[in-house]
Design a protein around this ligand. Structure first.
Ligand code: C2E
Ligand code: MG
Ligand code: MG
Length: 698
């Protein structure tokens, strides 16, 4: 009886033993990779990876066994049965496939133990089938203790390997698990061989000599290595393809497709990383919000292609201005963001001025040169916020503040902005509540014709008295309602109430209702107006919609389309606050307005400034040439009225005629007509505006 170690060292060709061990380890690595891969796939691909793993394992075990067997120095002539040898190579593949499937699909500890036991048994089957093909010129007897021990070793090591893999969650190449598999194969073979005893007598005339054994071993090793290598290459090709695909997906998920800049996800990830780093190093960071000015105008006036070109030009300009370690991203629309680590104020100022010069890009669209500009808001880490969301939010607050001022402004966040934003949110909530509770009121202000001295209409002006803060000006709450979207419901309420009120007046005066930008972008607005008129019974010609040019420019094409439909109902459309915007003339050209309302800003200057008077004169002559009557807003004094009369103004509105009043506080309109006439004819000094109370009791 020979023992395991002396059996290996004395009874085997050590060169071939080492070759067998090498094959065994290489094959175990490939097997480990392939089965790991099968864990992270599903369906047919999983079965495929298990199949390749089973073939790699079978080849490994078979080659190890065959080379180790050939390395055995039996000292008797040997022949190898070809059929049994082939069977020992092919049959176990199916067993291995079943065993690996059990482990992979089963997932439980029990499945792992049973599957790996089966794996050990298949290895043993392969070994002993192979040994049956090994015919020696003598009597072979087996020590059943060693045979049992060899099978037990194979099973124990494969089970142990499976358990090690489970603990590592199969995440990466697991060397201990690979070592245990290899030990399973090697211990099976050599323990088995230790239990084999040969009593010699010649059965063959042509036993294989040593050189043939070595050559056969080399050929087997080579074939085995090829199969193992194919398994390995398949794995690495797949891994590479997955990596490339993953990187591509990651790139797509992190990049803004239009400009190639980092997108919101990438920007926020980067910002979080920078904040963590800044926290560790006690560093300072600037989080910057950037918004293009008049981007909507570019889109509306020059088309979306020009809008895209502007965004790309801006992105390129930003990239050209960025140094290493600085990031500019596009968060969406015309909204950009940047981050900069800085240690001195000069560094930050330098970065901001580079961003500003990038913002001042020029862009050629057809024959027009567009001068791009934008607003910048800055929040600093750690003083203005410690996390990415707060910093981004505060940078945006500062940016909105910058937008209010003028183009190309940089604003730094201050704590008062936060307070303002909070107050706005609270006001928006109270306003919604007020609308719900019917706490809003409509006041009316008179409009009169200069020529006929007759009342021509009343403008409905919304009033809100806050339960705690008292009366709040529409110039404060209307923009808040616009920002929160509440203006849609608010506007519908005003329209209905104004139409209901006007329908009840004895006179045929028009009622003017203000509408804001958001309402104008509603495609259903014409239907709402029509329905309100039908339900309140107000004839369409008695309703006048007032719009400012900025409201129309928000979404020019859509607004004009909606306006045309409203006008087609017979409703009048007035251009409010004329002269305060930039494109008043352009707006007048694009729509047949029924009235121009000259902004009250002109009245404040008309008595003292020649220029203002000249401006008023030119607006009046413009109105005449377009056959659109002009109403002067904010007429407060008789002197202003007499100038307007001289210049040929059509209508007036202002404190001179009366302040906006509750309908119930206004007296019978016809009885006050006389008061109006006096106002237009008597001397300015004799007038007492406080007593001028006009209009209907509806
Ligand atoms: P607006 O449409 O230009 O309305 C005229 C504003 O000028 C009113 O201010 C009115 O009280 C004021 N006013 C009238 N005569 C004189 C005067 O002689 N001198 C001076 N200094 N001011 C005069 P109010 O009521 O505070 O409304 C401000 C703005 O709020 C309105 O300007 C309008 O744009 C908006 N608004 C008011 N009600 C509504 C509404 O129901 N819906 C919408 N969308 N906006 C409204
Ligand atoms: Mg108005
Ligand atoms: Mg106005």
């Amino acid at each position: 009886m020979i023992e395991v170690i002396p059996c290996i060292t004395l009874e085997h060709d050590l060169r071939l033993v080492l070759l067998a061990a090498f094959i065994c380890i290489a094959g175990s690595i490939t097997f480990n990779q392939l089965t790991r891969r099968s864990r992270f796939t599903t369906g047919f691909a999983r079965a495929g990876w298990i199949g390749i793993g089973a073939i790699a394992l079978c080849t490994t075990v078979w080659c190890t066994h065959f080379i180790a067997m050939l390395s055995f120095q039996a000292h008797v002539p040997v022949v190898i049965d070809p059929v049994l040898t082939m069977a020992s190579l092919i049959a176990p593949v199916f067993g291995f496939f079943a065993a690996i499937s059990l482990v992979i699909y089963g997932r439980t500890l029990l499945a792992s133990i049973i599957g790996n036991t089966l794996l050990g048994l298949c290895m043993s089957g392969l070994h002993y089938l192979g040994m049956m093909a090994y015919r020696v010129d003598g009597i072979v007897s087996w020590d059943l203790g060693y045979v049992a021990a060899s099978i037990a070793c194979a099973c124990a090591f494969t089970i142990a390997s499976g358990l090690v893999l489970r603990r590592s969650s199969f995440e990466k190449l697991n060397l201990p698990a690979i070592g245990l598999y290899a030990l399973g194969v090697i211990s099976l073979h050599f323990t088995g061989m230790t239990g084999m005893e040969i009593t010699s007598f010649a059965i063959s005339d042509t036993p294989m000599d040593e050189a043939t054994f070595v050559a056969l071993s080399m050929a087997t090793a080579l074939a085995g290595l090829l199969v193992i290598a194919i398994g390995g290459i398949t794995f690495f090709l797949d891994a590479d393809q997955r990596k490339t695909g993953y990187e591509k997906l990651l790139q797509m998920a992190m990049t803004d497709t239009l400009t190639g800049l980092a997108n919101r996800n990438a920007y926020m990830d980067d910002l979080n990383t920078r904040i963590q780093k800044a926290e560790r190093n006690s560093a300072t960071l600037a989080v910057i919000g950037i918004d293009m000015d008049r981007f909507k105008d570019i889109n509306d006036s020059h088309g979306h292609k020009a809008g895209d070109a502007a965004l790309i030009a801006l992105a390129n300009a930003f990239q050209a201005q960025c140094h290493s370690g600085e990031i500019v991203a596009r968060l969406g629309g015309d909204e950009f963001a940047a981050t900069k680590e800085y240690s001195t104020e000069e560094e930050l100022e330098d970065f901001l001025s580079r961003l500003q010069s990038a913002l001042n890009t020029r862009l050629q669209v057809n024959e027009t040169t567009l001068h791009l500009s934008g607003s910048i808001g800055v929040a600093r880490y750690p003083e203005d916020g410690k996390d990415s969301d707060t910093l981004r939010n505060n940078a945006d607050l500062a940016m909105y503040r910058a937008k209010i001022h003028a183009s190309n402004t940089i604003c730094f966040y201050t704590a008062s902005m936060d307070e303002e934003a909070r107050q706005k949110r609270e006001l928006a909530a109270s306003l919604a509540q007020a609308l719900e509770n019917n706490e809003l009121e409509l006041y009316y202000q008179l409009q009169a014709s200069v020529k006929s001295s007759k009342i021509s209409g009343l403008e409905a002006l919304l009033r809100w008295t806050h339960p705690k803060l008292g009366p709040i000006s529409p110039s404060v709450f209307i923009p808040i309602a616009e920002e929160s979207g509440l203006i849609i419901r608010l506007g519908e309420w005003v329209l209905r109430r104004a139409c209901e009120d006007a329908a009840g007046w004895e006179s045929e005066d028009k009622v003017a209702v203000n509408m804001s930008a958001l309402q104008l972008t509603q495609v259903e607005l014409p239907r709402i107006v029509h329905q309100t008129l039908l339900e309140t019974g107000l004839p369409p010609h008695r309703l006048e919609i007032e719009l400012t040019e900025t409201a129309i420019l928000e979404d020019r094409d859509r607004s004009l389309h909606v306006l045309r439909q409203i006008k087609a109902l017979g409703v009048k459309v007035a251009l409010d606050d004329f002269g305060t915007g930039y494109s008043s003339l352009e707006i007048l050209r694009s729509f047949p307005f029924d009235k121009i309302k000259l902004d009250r800003f002109f009245m404040s200057e008309i008595e003292v400034s020649r220029e203002s008077r000249a401006l008023v004169r030119s607006v009046l002559s413009l109105g005449k040439s377009l056959s659109i009557p002009v109403l002067a807003e904010g007429v407060e004094s008789a002197a202003q009225l007499s100038i307007l009369k001289e210049e040929g103004c059509d209508e007036i509105q202002g404190f001179l005629l009366g302040r906006p009043e509750k309908l119930s506080d206004l007296i019978e309109i016809r009885s006050m007509q006389h008061g109006i006439e006096t106002l237009f004819t008597s001397d300015a000094e004799q007038r007492n505006l406080g007593t001028v109370r006009i209009v209907s009791g509806g």
